[in-house]
Design a protein around this ligand. Structure first.
Ligand SMILES: O=C(O)CCC(=O)C(=O)O
Ligand SMILES: [Fe+2]
Length: 197
């Protein structure tokens, strides 16, 4: 593992977001296969404004303290971390200087899978959550939109093996999404490490 990772700090108001391309280096390929093939992915039903939908992606939850995570009317119970997830977790912890308890994983099977506008502001994450998001597989655009002034937007490609770090007041002021795309693209997995107390 190299000592230094290249770090790009986003120049946007009211947020603290940095991006580390190629964070996982040559290990990214084997992590991608291990996570895609080794995780018991589930597709949950979510309820939004009283209507029930199948979530447009697969998910899984891992954690080391048994704490559940609830959003969009579903409550997920954590599984025990796998060796690969623990290695990724400690690689991030060394860079960031923070210990994470939980990882929410997303599997986008193709361009039709998505993750709608939201902020990671569930109460179990605390006031100013730190969220470390690893991308593996196909590149997808990550869209950011300011909550008060929706004309302030930003879009960035999340590359294979990259780390996106969101902290401070980011979740108070910004929504983010992974939009559907009509382009023919492959599978992507995303790992968002969080702290649930
Ligand atoms: O797939 C991504 O990069 C974003 C995932 C996300 O926003 C979330 O799980 O809260
Ligand atoms: Fe999110």
């Amino acid at each position: 593992m190299a000592l230094f990772s290249e770090k790009i700090v986003l120049d946007l108001p009211d947020c603290d977001i940095s991006y580390y391309p190629n964070f996982l280096k040559e290990e990214a390929n084997s992590y991608f296969k291990a996570v895609r093939d080794g995780i018991p992915w589930q597709q949950d039903e979510i309820t939004i404004f009283g209507k029930t939908y199948l979530q447009p992606r697969l998910t899984a939850l891992y954690g080391n303290n048994g704490k559940t995570y609830s959003y969009s009317n579903i409550t997920m119970k954590p599984l025990d971390f796998t060796p690969e997830l623990l290695t990724i977790k400690s690689t991030i912890e060394k860079e960031v200087g923070t210990e994470f308890s939980t990882c929410l994983l997303n599997y986008y099977r193709d361009g039709k899978d998505s993750n709608g506008w939201h902020s990671d502001d569930e109460k179990e994450l605390g006031k100013n959550p730190i969220i470390a998001s690893i991308s593996l597989g196909a590149e997808r655009f990550f869209h950011l939109r300011h909550k008060k002034n929706k004309t302030i937007k930003h879009k960035m490609l999340l590359e294979h093996g990259s780390l996106l770090l969101m902290k401070g007041e980011t979740q108070h002021h910004w929504h983010h999404q992974i939009a559907k795309t009509a382009k023919k693209i492959g599978e992507r997995v995303n790992l968002t490490f969080r702290i649930i107390k």
